[in-house]
Design a protein around this ligand. Structure first.
Ligand SMILES: CC(C)(COP(=O)(O)OP(=O)(O)OC[C@H]1O[C@@H](n2cnc3c(N)ncnc32)[C@H](O)[C@@H]1OP(=O)(O)O)[C@@H](O)C(=O)NCCC(=O)NCCS
Length: 188
């Protein structure tokens, strides 16, 4: 296991890199939007909250212990602002389990960019981080998110019915997952 991967990670169209303090305005441009926050635990963020989040993210670049997270800024390889973020949380070092997450600016959705960035994070998770299983979860109403999980080859493992309250209504949650050997088969 290499808990501190090498950055940046480049894909066909994207560059994934650690956050820097100069990213606050870019992050504010999407994390302040109601439509982005709808299915996130956080409400739309103020600029001050974005500044704090970015400050925390600048050091979230490696996973060593349970709960550690890698959160990377996503930008176009052609330059321009940060268009989103992808995350990998180490849920169990012993059992090599991780959780993926993604948030993109609405202007950068619908073009397969989140898919491309998430694929890179799965490569990282099953490559240098040597995880055994990666899962992701979302609100059952968040169709763009669970469709992305299905495009990545993840299996729907659970549908929790009304298991909690989320923003004033019953929460319905999907859990999707993929094993290292399933990922290896599909990238061959
Ligand atoms: C969840 C989220 C990241 C999904 O983003 P997205 O852009 O829909 O996801 P993808 O990158 O997979 O793009 C999918 C779309 O691009 C299209 N596409 C175009 N080119 C493509 C390509 N080269 N590869 C894959 N898909 C491509 C797909 O057909 C699909 O379109 P469709 O929705 O009309 O079927 C986004 O909705 C988001 O940021 N939401 C707000 C935050 C949030 O809820 N995060 C998740 C919390 S659990």
């Amino acid at each position: 296991m290499a808990p501190r991967p090498q950055y940046p990670i480049e894909t066909e169209r994207l560059r994934l890199r650690p956050f820097t303090r100069g990213d606050v305005d870019d992050v504010f441009s999407y994390r302040s939007l109601e439509e982005v926050a709808r299915y996130l635990f956080d409400p739309p963020l103020s600029r001050e909250e974005c500044a704090l989040a970015v400050q925390q993210r600048t050091t979230q670049t490696g996973v060593e212990d349970d709960g550690d997270r890698v959160i990377l800024a996503v930008e176009s390889r052609d330059g321009g602002p940060v268009i989103g973020e992808v995350s990998l949380i180490l849920r169990s070092r012993d059992a090599r389990q991780g959780e993926l997450g993604w948030i993109f600016h609405p202007q950068s959705q619908g073009r397969g960019l989140a898919f491309e960035a998430a694929q890179a994070m799965l490569s990282l998770a099953f490559g240098v981080v040597e995880l055994h299983r990666v899962f992701a979860r979302c609100d059952a109403l968040n169709e763009p998110s669970w469709r992305l999980m299905e495009r990545l080859g993840m299996r729907r493992e659970a549908h929790f019915r009304e298991h909690g309250l989320f923003k004033g209504r019953w929460d319905e949650e999907f859990i999707y997952a993929i094993l290292a050997r399933e990922w290896a088969k599909q990238v061959l």
